[in-house]
Design a protein around this ligand. Structure first.
Ligand code: ZN
Length: 374
């Protein structure tokens, strides 16, 4: 069963599962909770459990296509750039009044639902006021305060809490077959966010990148200007690599649509959705790459600080590098560590504001060099 694959959230899942079994599904849900906690996975699982004849077996053609976002009756709507465009909501509104292609229901999942501005929100509100009987809307948001109160009041609100760290650790050990030590490291490095922790298990390069980033940080002490610029461009390459990979994955997904199982109109629509998703994902992955590098550095200096102040080694995030942390703690003064952490917070902010990646990396590394060793 797909429900069994969801980690944590057992009460939420049980109640949703029961409502499907007892045919008491609401026509609109608002899933709220921190990002990366698993809201979207539960949304897709709910969709699959409504359409699958077995209530979400996870193995049939229906379940598979829902989970791969290839089912014509389950549509995922994501923000394009800063918001969900009003045209998209209008199109959904029209589409909602058409019969499902295959099953008894249609499901629309809105990711980042708070990013629907006035016009879009009021268009959606009109559908929520008089919803077609066979349609279910699932609005997913990490920021429910940004959703219009009139919309919220028409949705059944389901809130998701962070999964406890120990549970997360056990889950990824079992699911990914990794050692407790490694699971512990991954959970710490990703701040206990499930989606990211799983990515770190699948994508070995993320851990390798952490090693490279820390190596670069440790080399700053003796680096000339040219060396620092060189380091920045190497880190930039590291940020770009997964973005290129992402493009390849989307091209493959587009080719998969052409397997003849869907009619031409649906293929065109899904293919357009994929193109738009790719351009958003590229920007997101690049920003995320820079943020991860800056966060890695922040944890690194924070670990040195903890060691320096005689803290419990159990508090270290980079526990596997305790020896290196001890060495740095001997030589870098507390004040300078604090300044470096501040500076990195500025770098993360700059990434969110779309300062060009290479420029941001260069100025951050040069800034760190000055803060730590000048
Ligand atoms: Zn199924």
């Amino acid at each position: 069963m797909l429900w069994d694959n969801v980690v944590g959230h057992s009460a939420v899942c049980l109640s949703l599962k029961n409502s499907v079994e007892q045919d008491r599904v609401h026509h609109a849900y608002l899933f709220t909770g921190p990002s990366g906690v698993g809201k979207f996975i539960v949304a897709r699982t709910l969709a699959a459990s409504m359409l699958c004849p077995e209530g979400g077996c996870g193995e049939c053609n229906v379940c598979r296509r829902v989970m791969q976002e290839k089912h014509p009756d389950v549509r995922v709507i994501r923000p394009a750039g800063k918001n969900i465009p009003v045209e998209t909501v209008r199109e959904v509104r029209m589409d909602a009044f058409m019969k499902p292609s295959e099953g008894a229901r249609k499901v629309y999942i809105f990711k980042g639902a708070e990013r629907m501005w006035e016009e879009g929100a009021s268009t959606l509100l009109k559908v929520l006021e008089e919803p077609p009987g066979d349609v279910v809307f699932i609005l997913v948001t990490a920021n429910p305060a940004g959703v219009l109160p009139t919309i919220r009041s028409r949705c059944q609100e389901v809130s998701f809490a962070n999964v406890p760290l120990e549970q997360l650790k056990t889950y990824i050990m079992e699911r990914k077959g990794i050692s407790e030590e490694r699971a512990d490291l991954v959970v710490r490095l990703t701040g206990g966010v499930l989606g990211r922790a799983l990515d770190w298990c699948d994508e070995q390069w993320r851990l390798a990148r952490r090693d490279n980033v820390i190596k670069a940080a440790r080399a700053l002490k003796r680096a000339e200007l040219n060396d620092v610029l060189q380091m920045a461009s190497e880190l930039y390459r590291e940020v770009r690599a997964p973005v290129e990979e992402l493009s390849a994955t989307y091209q493959q997904r587009k080719r998969d649509l052409e397997d003849g199982s869907l009619d031409a109109g649906v293929v065109r629509r899904l293919s357009k959705d994929l193109d738009e998703a790719l351009s958003r994902e590229r920007v997101k992955e690049e920003t995320r790459g820079v943020e991860e590098i800056m966060t890695t550095l922040s944890w690194w200096y924070r670990d040195i600080l903890v060691m320096k102040e005689g803290g419990d080694p159990g508090l270290l995030v980079n526990r596997d590098l305790t020896g290196e942390i001890e060495e740095e703690a001997e030589v870098i003064p507390t004040r300078r560590l604090l300044d470096s952490i501040d500076l990195l917070a500025g770098g993360i902010l700059a990434a969110e504001r779309n300062v060009p990646v290479q420029l941001n990396l260069e100025s951050t590394l040069l800034g760190l060099q000055e803060a730590l060793y000048a």
